[in-house]
Design a protein around this ligand. Structure first.
Ligand code: NAP
Length: 320
């Protein structure tokens, strides 16, 4: 098969469309003929040499895909050859075929194309596991989403609104803030012009944070009493001074979690939660995939350039 290979750490130009060995389904795995994959921020870090795949994962980039099952290994439950599916991957999505444990495979949601479905597993699993499973966002509570126009943010806004929450966002341009409001956000701050911590002080029951150190103090100020801060990205650094007194006074908590390195069973539990709770909303049209661009998979370099330019809103799909 052909796949995108990272020829050496570097810029987008190191991504090459090459002939590589076909994947075989191991025990408990299915092989998917990939219709589309999508670009994630983590793929850019992997390409730069800053985010190696976890042990045993494919060196080929790509954390999600959608397509049709073409082979089934031993001990696979609930899937057959010919099923239209999407999957959460530890790697290997930028390829014509990929092998994946069946627990990380989900039926493609109704009402959208297979290509659109390729951009959902990573964001849906990340938002579900962090905002709903870990931080237990409840109806009527307020969620603050940093980077509301990101792939993660565009799904988080829609999902929180569908579950009856109030949604605050930050984004880096007025246009991005406007698009977040169009998606259902109640209030937005252009973080380049205004301090989010001032505007949202004491108002966020849950914060989905992709910035880390640079926003720690502001995030603590924005939390309500009993608030929960979930850190899933470190674009603003990993090390900061934490004032435990603020946590203690507010009876607040901080979680931080990555998705890629979790055991298969944990990923499986997250995927089942996504299928049960998010796919019906997609099928009903209450949640729409937000697609910024569709790029041929062989031109994955172009997809990475788009992501690094930072003007995108939602997902960049890689189409075979
Ligand atoms: N832990 C996990 O399991 C997990 C899983 C998936 C993704 N993530 C993380 O989630 C983040 C989003 O991923 P993605 O794939 O959706 O990437 P993406 O679409 O490229 O999003 C990155 C976003 O960061 C925003 N941003 C940059 N600086 C900001 C700031 N100071 N304040 C607020 N927003 C800022 C950008 O908005 P502007 O352009 O407007 O600045 C952009 O929308 C990444 O950090 C990624 O590593 C974590």
């Amino acid at each position: 098969m052909r796949a995108i290979v990272i020829t050496e750490p570097g810029g987008p130009e190191v991504l090459a469309w090459r002939e590589v060995p076909d994947p075989r389904p191991g025990r408990g795995e299915v092989v998917i003929d990939v219709t589309a994959s999508a670009v994630n921020r983590a793929d850019v870090l992997q390409r730069q040499g800053n985010y190696p795949p976890p042990p045993g994962a494919s060196e080929i980039p790509g954390l999600e895909c959608a397509g049709v099952i073409s082979e089934i290994g031993e001990n696979v439950e609930g899937f057959s050859v010919g099923d239209r599916v999407c999957a959460l991957l530890a790697g290997g999505g930028y390829a014509e075929r990929v092998a994946v444990p069946w627990q990380q495979v989900m039926p493609a949601p109704e009402g959208i194309s297979l290509a659109e479905a390729a951009g959902l597993p990573e964001v849906a699993c990340t938002v579900w596991s962090n905002v709903f499973m870990a931080a237990r966002l409840r109806k009527g509570e307020t969620l603050l989403v940093h980077g509301g126009a990101s792939g993660i943010g565009t799904l988080a806004i829609q999902l929180a609104k569908a579950f009856g929450s109030h949604v605050l966002v930050t984004a880096g341009t007025a246009e991005k803030v406007r698009r977040c409001l169009d998606l259902g956000a109640d209030e937005g701050v252009n973080y380049r012009e205004e301090d989010f911590a001032e505007r949202f002080r004491g108002r966020a029951d849950v914060i989905l944070d992709i910035i880390g150190a640079k926003y720690l103090e502001g995030n603590l100020a924005a939390l309500t009493t009993g608030g929960r801060l979930v850190v899933i990205g470190l674009q603003g650094g990993a090390s900061a001074t934490l004032n435990l007194g603020v946590l203690l006074t507010k009876r607040a908590s901080i979680f931080a979690a990555g998705l890629r390195g979790r055991p298969v069973d944990e990923k499986g539990a997250i995927c089942r939660g996504v299928v049960d709770n998010i796919w019906p909303l997609v099928g009903a049209g209450a949640i729409r995939p937000v697609v910024h661009a569709e790029v041929p998979m062989r031109d994955a370099a172009e997809g990475h350039r788009l992501m690094e330019q930072g003007e995108h809103i939602g997902k960049i799909l890689l189409i075979r």
